[in-house]
Design a binder for this molecule. Structure first.
Ligand code: GLA
Length: 688
């Protein structure tokens, strides 16, 4: 059953914490929300202690008033189940629900999210509150979305307490059935780790030295599953009481600890909390990769940006504000990438607590605050963009994301280098595509990849025969697969494939890896590509191209002359292998060459500071041009195109052209085949 968010237009609003304010402020809040164009508000995220001040005694009066107030103003509600933080009385009655770290430290009450997600006691109380919330508010016309808990994995993503240990053993029993199977999978014949019984197994707590890497990998899988189990237990209660209301839980962009594909399967709408660092000039590029996951998690379906900051956050070492125009650019970036809502943490800036210096729509200065002015202008603009709804992002290129492989590659103490991570590689490869003006989707194993011309696989350390077969079939059918270094190394138990890397990917890639060759910290080597392209690399592999053509080789050093990049035809498609980590310029050259060979159109005028993304719905296209540079752009418009957003920063110039000012946003509606081009820059732009 498909449950969608029933809301007119683009969702615009944020987290509202009325419990931090006297009642007389609530009226003003709602008045200003209307003034700012707010149509959707999240409430009760951390309200458990107020909703159940004593065990079993619920007090919904204040929330009833808030719900009615918002409803009266025509504002719809994303209602949290309020289970993100247990109240003090629950923790004091059952201190065993507090989480424990790997070194045995029990974390104290005093912040938020202080519970072990495996605790049956916590679950029992959380589900009782969830049911009470669903019964009280599930039929209220203002309530349009359930917001379960908050950012699973924030603060606590792993727990090593005794309850978790019991849960872990149950999970292991279900997975392996026999202790012999576990001993085989974990390779316990190494270092005398053999187990006679499941009861003897503990979570991978601090130990004398490096811990069994399969035990660690299973603990990663278990911990993600355990949180998912808690989430689905709440979802089941909600579905029982309110079968038609959509459910979400807010993601934390590409979080390492949770398999978001599995979470997305359990919810109706994907929502993300995104906090690109204004101090990082490349943060928006990584944000674009995060958003690729948000739409990819449900096969391209619309998602919501549920939290962003109107300016600075409060939790970085230095919390740099967003310069004027940047919040607007960030918001349109999410919309460009398939979002149907732009929301903030939070509505009104707090006066106390750890987040009192976190920006909000309504700053401490009230209506006069810059954030309120900028957000209100955006709110008004978004009201004109309802036509965007239902359109989907157009992308010729996908990138494979696989949590199992990410976790396996993150095992400390047992890898040739601890400097290689999936996210690091993914960001590098994505940055190369971004600066070429190419939009990338993130996809999972088992999804339908047939619409993509190129599939990027920056790293697939853990490769199963089933995934290798899917990659094979994709290339055989005409796709271009690009696989990065240190892939196909281990199987699902983290055992090295017989014969070594690339294991089950060997028939596809036509190479054999003899040795992995990380360079000492601070050192780099050279890669020489055919046609005089050059790249600097930091780690490589002693590679033999047994059935592939080498298109680049190592130059100098111990790997001198050996293949660094290979390609081979595979059925109707082709398979590339990049056996090293290239720095930006070299990687961009290589990716460009691969895109050209695969007929993927790159965009002139793109670069680090200019992003162009297209959404499409039937015959109608929407092109977003986001100009983060300090100079203006000339943009050509197809005949009959309508400028939906541009306003003051994109005055129509000569016919078919418009000027997009520095830090400007342009959204153009046009036909299926026409396209919008950046034709000139008023000065040299900074590119990677
Ligand atoms: C997260 C949380 C919010 C808030 C913000 C601050 O996204 O979900 O409650 O703490 O961080 O940036």
């Amino acid at each position: 059953m498909t449950r969608t968010l029933e809301l007119d237009g683009i969702a615009f609003g944020g987290d509202y914490n009325p419990e931090q304010w006297p009642r007389e402020v609530w009226e003003e809040d709602v008045r200003l929300m209307r003034q700012a164009g707010v149509n959707f508000i999240t409430v009760s995220v951390f309200s458990w202690p107020l909703l159940e001040p004593e065990e079993g005694c619920f007090d919904f009066g204040w929330l009833d008033d808030v719900v009615e107030l918002l409803h009266g103003a025509g504002i719809a509600i994303d209602l949290a189940t309020a289970t993100a933080t247990p109240p003090a009385w629950l923790v004091r009655k059952y201190p065993q629900i507090l989480p424990v770290t790997a070194d045995g430290t029990q974390l104290e009450f005093g912040s938020r999210q202080a519970y072990c997600f495996s605790s049956p006691i916590f679950r029992q109380y959380a589900l009782r509150l969830t049911r009470a919330m669903a019964e009280r508010y599930g039929k209220h016309p203002a309530v349009r979305l359930w917001h379960v808990s908050n950012e699973y994995g924030d603060h606590v993503s792993r727990c090593w307490c005794d309850t978790s240990a019991v849960h872990f053993r149950t999970w292991l029993r279900a997975k392996y059935t026999s202790i012999e199977a576990l001993n085989d999978a974990w390779g316990t014949s190494c270092w005398g780790q053999h187990y006679l019984d499941f009861e003897a197994i503990e979570p991978p707590r601090e130990s004398t030295g490096p811990i069994n890497s399969t035990q660690r990998l299973d603990f990663e899988r278990f911990s993600s599953d355990a949180m998912l189990e808690l989430f689905t237990a709440e979802v089941d209660v909600l579905r029982d009481v309110t079968p038609d209301l959509p459910v979400t839980t807010n993601f934390m962009s590409i979080l390492h600890e949770l398999d978001y594909f599995a979470f997305a399967d359990a919810e109706d709408i994907v929502t993300d909390d995104a906090y690109p660092d204004p101090a990082d000039p490349g943060a928006h590029i990584d944000a674009s990769l995060n958003y690729a996951l948000m739409r990819g998690a449900k096969g391209g379906a619309p998602w919501l940006l549920l939290e962003q900051s109107a300016s600075a956050v409060s939790w970085r070492d230095i919390n740099v504000p967003k310069a004027p125009g940047v919040m607007r650019l960030d918001s349109y970036q999410a919309l460009a990438h398939g979002a149907e809502g732009v929301m903030y943490f939070q509505w009104r800036a707090a006066r106390f607590g750890p987040e009192k210096f976190h920006a909000a729509i309504l700053g401490h200065r009230g209506e006069a605050s810059r954030t309120f002015q900028e957000c209100s202008m955006l709110g008004a603009e978004l009201q004109q963009l309802g036509a965007l709804k239902g359109s989907r992002v157009v992308a010729d290129v996908a990138m494979l994301c696989n949590w199992d492989s990410k976790w396996a590659l993150a095992a400390p103490d047992s890898l040739p280098t601890n400097r290689l991570s999936w996210i690091g590689q993914a960001r590098d490869w994505h940055r190369a595509s971004f600066t070429l003006g190419v939009t990338v989707d993130l996809v999972r194993a088992g999804a339908d990849w047939s619409a993509y011309k190129v599939l990027l696989v920056p790293n697939l350390y853990l490769a199963t025969p089933a995934l290798a077969a899917q990659l094979d079939a994709y290339a055989a059918a005409g796709g271009t697969v690009v696989v990065g270094a240190f892939s196909g190394v281990v199987d699902e138990n983290d055992h090295v494939h017989h014969g070594g890397a690339p294991g089950p990917l060997r028939p596809l890639l036509g190479v054999e890896v003899d040795e992995v060759w990380p360079l000492p910290a601070g050192e780099s080597g050279q890669v020489r590509m055919d046609g005089d392209l050059h790249g600097v690399h930091t780690a490589g592999e002693w590679l033999d191209a047994v059935d592939a053509r080498s298109v680049a080789s190592y130059s100098g050093g111990e790997l001198d002359g050996r293949p660094a990049v290979t390609v081979r035809q595979h059925g109707a498609g082709s398979a590339w292998y990049l056996s090293t980590c290239l720095e930006d310029a070299g990687l961009r050259e290589l990716v460009h060459r691969i895109f050209l060979a695969a007929d993927v159109t790159t965009r002139d005028g793109a670069g680090r500071d200019v992003e162009v993304v297209v959404r499409r719905n039937g015959d109608t296209s929407f092109t977003f041009v986001l100009n983060r540079s300090a100079t203006s752009l000339d943009v050509s418009l197809p005949t009959g195109a309508a400028v939906l957003v541009g306003g003051s920063d994109a005055g129509q110039g000569a016919e078919g052209r418009c000027q997009l000012q520095a830090r400007g946003v342009l959204v153009v509606q046009h036909g299926y085949d026409d396209s919008v081009h950046v034709v000139a820059r008023s000065a040299q732009l900074q590119t990677v």
